[in-house]
Design a protein around this ligand. Structure first.
Ligand SMILES: NC(=O)c1ccc[n+]([C@@H]2O[C@H](COP(=O)([O-])OP(=O)(O)OC[C@H]3O[C@@H](n4cnc5c(N)ncnc54)[C@H](OP(=O)(O)O)[C@@H]3O)[C@@H](O)[C@H]2O)c1
Ligand SMILES: C[C@@H]1O[C@H](OP(=O)(O)OP(=O)(O)OC[C@H]2O[C@@H](n3cnc4c(=O)[nH]c(N)nc43)[C@H](O)[C@@H]2O)[C@@H](O)[C@H](O)[C@@H]1O
Length: 326
């Protein structure tokens, strides 16, 4: 007689200690999945093909969430393009190859909204992929992510696998990276305004002009979207997610200027000084709002309001001062 544990798929979450990976573990546990497989970076370096192959041969997971990657904000991407391209190509290629060789039934690859052309029509539909030049500051990372989409698509076409891709917009939330040089804008602003409040500083410097627009999705919404896409039956995926653009945008469908975001974060943190914009820092893509109608038509929309999400993230930041990535 099979018990519930026998029927529950064994699920490998690659990058489980990261912001998205940790949110995926929370969501999967809440959904009642019990056979979760994880390995830390120290236990399994995903750029090591032999180690990844050995791990998959040994563990033989039923499903894989590919949330491991070298990740960073505009400065990190602009500064370390070789690392972003090399490491992310190796991670995705090693996992996708091993997943095929060892019979993984379903895999979800996480890309990024930076895969679209710098000046793509807004909001950006999935069909905008490969229709124009990329944003220079994160071109290396974008090419790695586009390769990940094409790996999934190619393995599905040649080997009949069920490897799916989602393209998240800018994410934030508990477990984010708050390092001032290499993080994304929202956690960086939380940390800057928090420190300025403690120091009674007269102003906080915001990079760039403040005019670029960005869309921000809370990581718990992202995890919910990942489970929703993973649970779509194969026929729905094959018929409704056209094989020619085998990925789905995941976002809120709403964006704000960086200046508006800065004012929102300052208000949540309680900083009352001035904002100083530093035009010597890059703005990056002027706008990258995702068209999220396809995922909406497949039954999922974001739930967490940006102001509430920033407030929750700031409280998490305050409660985890000793443990967070600074
Ligand atoms: N954050 C965003 O705004 C955003 C937006 C769009 C898409 N995404 C995508 O979402 C996914 C997760 O991003 P995230 O924000 O959760 O990033 P994150 O917090 O930096 O987590 C990435 C995880 O991958 C692990 N990792 C990196 N290189 C590894 C390696 N060679 N071997 C084993 N593990 C490795 C990291 O472990 P260590 O820290 O121990 O190295 C970390 O646990 C990524 O695919 C990213 O491209 C993120
Ligand atoms: C989702 C990620 O988007 C990333 O692009 P992108 O949104 O410009 O990355 P962010 O680093 O979030 O920057 C977004 C905007 O915020 C401005 N900004 C203002 N102050 C700050 C600050 O203190 N720190 C940071 N980091 N930005 C700041 C930054 O100049 C840029 O215009 C890509 O580089 C990644 O590859 C990934 O795709």
């Amino acid at each position: 007689m099979l018990n519930a544990q026998d029927l529950s798929p064994s699920i490998y979450i690659a990058g489980h200690r990261g912001m998205v990976g940790a949110a995926l573990v929370r969501a999967l546990e809440r959904a009642g999945y019990t056979q979760l497989i994880t390995r830390t970076h120290a236990e399994l370096d995903l750029t090591d093909q032999t180690a990844v192959e050995t791990f998959f041969a040994d563990q033989r997971p039923t499903q894989v969430y590919l949330a491991a990657a070298k990740v960073g904000g505009i400065h990190a991407n602009d500064t370390y393009p070789a690392e972003f391209l090399y490491q992310n190509l190796l991670i995705e290629a090693n996992i996708i190859q091993a997943a095929w060789r060892h019979g993984v039934e379903r895999l979800l690859f996480l890309g990024s909204s930076c895969i679209y052309p710098r000046l793509a029509p807004q909001p950006m539909p999935e069909t905008a992929l490969l229709t124009g030049p990329l944003e220079p500051t994160n071109e290396a990372y974008a090419i790695a992510k586009i390769a990940g989409i094409k790996l999934c698509e190619s393995y599905n076409r040649q080997y009949g696998t069920d490897f799916r891709s989602v393209m998240p917009t800018n994410l934030y939330g508990p477990g984010d990276n708050f390092d001032l040089a290499n993080s994304h804008v929202l956690p960086a602003l939380i940390r800057k305004f928090h420190q300025a409040k403690l120091d009674a500083a007269p102003s906080v410097t915001v990079w760039g002009s403040g005019t670029p627009r960005r869309e921000f999705l809370h990581v718990d919404d992202m995890a919910a979207a990942c489970l929703h896409v993973m649970d779509l039956d194969p026929d729905t995926w094959r018929t409704q997610v056209d094989p020619r653009c085998s990925h789905l945008n995941v976002g809120t469908g709403v964006d704000v200027t960086i200046a508006e975001l800065a004012h929102m974060v300052a208000e949540v943190v309680g900083f009352q000084g001035q904002l100083v914009f530093d035009p010597s820092k890059p703005d990056g893509t002027p706008r990258k709002l995702l068209d999220v109608t396809r995922l909406r038509d497949l039954g999922w929309t974001a739930a967490i309001d940006l102001t509430d999400g920033i407030r929750q993230t700031y409280h998490w930041f305050l409660e985890h001062q000793g443990q967070i990535r600074l």
